[in-house]
Every structure is written in structure tokens, then in C-alpha cells.
Design a protein. Structure first.
Length: 284
């Protein structure tokens, strides 16, 4: 038949039920008002009662023909008071009710998520929300630095490399102006991966370059390169270190070219072959 007016949303219907605490009386109060006794189905001791004959109802008043006792079990179902909602009942939606394009059909973010953007994660089978900031911070602190200009390294002298040009430094943990070191921030102790390199142009043959990583001034890792021919030479290394908050990490270089030699900041990519970087490892 034709429908007049706005089309209602699909609804899920369940009938409201009321349990009574019985006593030696004929008068009870309904949770929902009704027009008459035909709008409820009344059960006493699990036997359905006949409307009008066994009981009458109007508004929220329920009146029995015969009084109940305290041991009776009595409840009613509101036939004229169906409870409707546009939400399906709890636990009624399964995979067969969900479209396969539920996620792919949504608008793409198209940008780096904000810290307060939320993702769903399964915690032992229970879906929970997690802010992007918690995931983003898992690989931080992270930094990468190079040199904006060449640094003169004296012959036969262990010299700290002054990485003064930052590409990124998530936690402002690298000092690129005074000490030229990475310091583990408070609350960020753990295992870190580091990579480092230093190079020189037109370096003499039969000489060598030695580069090392230091924690709190103590050598932890080093790399050595022997130059067989005169030319552009570099040495690089990497290391995983277990660090505490407040520990600082620096890179030193040593060579025996025969005279002072300037670092090469022009060879290779835009950062040359003089760089230092690192980040905190996930789950290690």
C-alpha cells in the first residue's frame, strides 16, 4: 500500500518485559502506560491470564481480579509498547552483515595522521582505539645530521666530527651547535641503531682513515679503511647500542694523511659522505 510521509529508518523491534515483586494485593504499577489491558500479556506462575477477566489495565495501573501472594511469579509483556531503535541488538552483527568494502569505500586520509587520529587495534581479541601519537613515537627519538661546510681534521689527531646540519631531530636530542652529540632524553632508554660516515677528497695512497662511535666518551664501535691509491675515500659504520637516559653519543675520526685534511661535504648526495643518524628500536 502507498506510504504517506517520511520513510522511517529500518528498525529492530523487541517487546518490553516487566517483572513484578508480588505480595498479597491486587494493585500493581506498570513501567509503561497502556491504553487498556489488551496491550499487555500478563503471566502468573507462567500461566497467561485472560484480559478483562483476570486483570484490567489503564495508564500505569494494573488491577487483578484476585490478589497474588508473595510466592507468585508474575510478569508482563507490553504488546502495544514495542521498543524500536535504528541500532541492531548487541552481538547481532557478524561478518556476513558487513560489506567487503567497508574500509576501502571510505574517504582516504591523504595526509600524515594527526596525533589524536585513532586506529583500531586488537588486544587479545578485544578491539581498542589507539591514538596515532603512540604508534608514531615507537621509533623515536630519531635524528639525521650532516655538515653544512667542510671541517679541517688535523693529521694523527683523534677529532670529534662537528655535524652541524640537521635533516630531522624528532625530540631535539641532538646538539648541532656546541657539543655535536646525541643525548638520550628522559624516559627514552633502550636499544638504538646508529649509522655514521666520514670521507675525504684526494686522500693520499697507502694511508688510512679510522672512525669510531663513542658513548659518554668511551669508544664503542670503530671502522678502519686503508687507502691503496690516491683519491676520494670514505669510511662508514653502524652499531646497535643499549643506552640509558642521559647517555650521549658522538663520532670521532682519525687519519694519517700526512697533513690536515678537510672533510668531503660535496661528494655523493646532498649530504656528502659525512653523516650521523640513529633511532630507537621497536620492541627490542
Amino acid at each position: 500500500m502507498p506510504f504517506i510521509g517520511n520513510q522511517p529508518a529500518l528498525s529492530y523491534t523487541s517487546f518490553a518485559k516487566q517483572d513484578f515483586t508480588t505480595s498479597a494485593t491486587t494493585s500493581y504499577t506498570l513501567d509503561q502506560p497502556v491504553a487498556n489491558e489488551n496491550e499487555i500479556a500478563l503471566f502468573i506462575n507462567f500461566v497467561r491470564q485472560e484480559p478483562t477477566t483476570a486483570y484490567t489495565a489503564s495508564g500505569t495501573s494494573l488491577t487483578l481480579t484476585s490478589a497474588t501472594s508473595a510466592s507468585d511469579d508474575m510478569y508482563c509483556v507490553f504488546l502495544g509498547k514495542a521498543v524500536q531503535t535504528v541500532n541492531p541488538p548487541n552481538g547481532s552483527v557478524g561478518s556476513s552483515q558487513i560489506s567487503a568494502d567497508l574500509i576501502t569505500g571510505q574517504t582516504a586520509l591523504g595526509a600524515t595522521p594527526a596525533d589524536t587520529d585513532e586506529l583500531l587495534i586488537s588486544d587479545a581479541g578485544t578491539l581498542k582505539r589507539v591514538d596515532y601519537s603512540y604508534l608514531k613515537s615507537a621509533n623515536t627519538p630519531a635524528f639525521f645530521v650532516a655538515q653544512s661546510s667542510a671541517q679541517s681534521i688535523a693529521d694523527n689527531t683523534m677529532t670529534k666530527i662537528q655535524f652541524n646540519s640537521e635533516r630531522y631531530d624528532t625530540d631535539n636530542a641532538y646538539d648541532n651547535s656546541t657539543n655535536y652529540r646525541f643525548t638520550v632524553p628522559s624516559g627514552k632508554a633502550g636499544k638504538y641503531f646508529f649509522t655514521y660516515a666520514c670521507g675525504f677528497g684526494s686522500f693520499n695512497a697507502n694511508k688510512w682513515i679510522y672512525i669510531n662511535l663513542r658513548v659518554n666518551g668511551t669508544q664503542q664501535n670503530y671502522q678502519f679503511w686503508s687507502c691503496a691509491v690516491t683519491g676520494d675515500h670514505s669510511v662508514n659504520g653502524s652499531s646497535i647500542l643499549d643506552l640509558n637516559a642521559g647517555d650521549y653519543v658522538e663520532v670521532f675520526v682519525y687519519h694519517n694523511h700526512g697533513s690536515a685534511k678537510s672533510t668531503d661535504t660535496t661528494t655523493g648526495d646532498k649530504y656528502g659522505v659525512v653523516y650521523f643518524g640513529g633511532y630507537k628500536l621497536i620492541g627490542a
